[in-house]
Ligand binder design. Sequence first.
Ligand code: NAP
Length: 336
Amino acid sequence: MSRAGAELRILFSPGRVQLVQEEVLVQGPKVLVTGATGLLGRAVCREFQTGGWVVVGTGYRRARPRFLRCDLTDEDAIRRLLQENKPDVIIHCAAERRPDVVDTCTEATINLNVQASSTLAKEAAVVGALLLYISTDYVFDGRNPPYGEDDSPNPLNMYGRSKLEGEREVQRHCPGALILRVPVLFGEVESVTESAVTSLWLKVQEATEESCTLDHLYQRFPTDTRSVAAVCRKLAERARQDPSIRGIFHFSAKEQMTKYQMAVSMAQAFNLPSNHLLPLMEVPAGSAPRPINSQLNCSRLELLNLSVEPPPFISAISDCLWPFSPDKRWKQTVFH
Ligand code: NAP
C-alpha cells in the first residue's frame, strides 16, 4: 500500500519560475506477513495496512487470489520470496498450531515450525530484515505460573517443542530478531471451528435437553488477534528505531477463563441459555498433553510502553460471533 503525500516543486520555464504543489505517492516501509491467510496473519495484515505500511502477505492452500503463494517448507522458495520482495520487517505467523494434528503429522510440522523458521531467519539476516517470530505459551509446562521471558521453558507436547525449537533457530541465525509469545487466540473467523475459542459457539447453540460437558480445569487467557496485531506493529516500529528492542516478549489478555467459562460468557453475550453446559474437571482422554496454566507475565512489554489494553472478552467475542448468530439483528439492538 502507498500513501498520498504533497510535494512542492519549482518549475523553470522561459521567462518564469513557478512553484507547484504535486501529489506524490509516499511508500511506507514494507512488511512481509507469512501465514497471512490464517487467523492471526489476517489481523496482522490489516493492522499494518492501516498503519501505512506496504504489506506483502503469503499463504499456502488459501493464498490465491489475495496473497502470494509460497510453500515455506521449500528453502529456495523462501530465498526467492525475500530476494524479490526485500521487506523491512517480516512477521512470521505461519505454523501448524493444532497440538493433536502435530502429533499425527510430526515430520510436516517440524518442516514448517522449525525448518522454515530457520531458513526464514537466515534469509532475513541476508536481506537485513527485522524478523518477528510468533510463538506460544505452550513452551511452558504450566506448573508454576506466571511465566516471565527468562523462565525456563519445558513444553509438554510436540507442538510446544516444535515452537520452542523454532524460537531457538530464529535466535541462532538472526540475533536481532523478536519473539512474541501469545496464549490461545480468537478473532474474526471464516468458520467458527477456525479457533479453539470460537469452536465453543457450537456447544453454546446445542441448547437442547441434552447436557454438554466443557473443560473447567485448564486455565486460559483468550486473547483477540487485533490486540496481538497491534502489539506486533508497535514492537516492529520501535525495534526499527531502537536495536536494543530484541529477544523474547510476552503478550496476553488478563482475563483467566476455562473453556466452560468462555462458553457461559458467550451465552450471556447473546442472551442464550447456558444451563445445558456442565463444567468438567477431568483431563480429557486421548488428546495431546497441555499445560494446566501457562499464564504469561507481560511486564517487559508494558514497561516499554509497547503493550495494548485488550477489550473485555465478552465484547471481543461478541464481535467475532455475531455473523454466526441466528439473529443478525442482534448487532443492531446491542450496539446501536
Ligand atoms: P492458522 O490460522 O492455523 O494459520 C496457519 C497459517 O500457516 C495459514 O496461513 C497457512 O496457510 C500457513 N501455512 C500452513 N502450511 C504452510 C506452508 N507449508 N507454507 C506456507 N504457509 C503455510 O494459525 P494462527 O492461529 O493464525 O497462528 C499464527 C501463529 O500464532 C502461529 O505461529 C501459532 O503457533 C501462534 N499461536 C497461535 C495460537 C492460536 O490459538 N491460534 C495460540 C498461540 C500461538 P494456508 O491456510 O493458506 O494453507
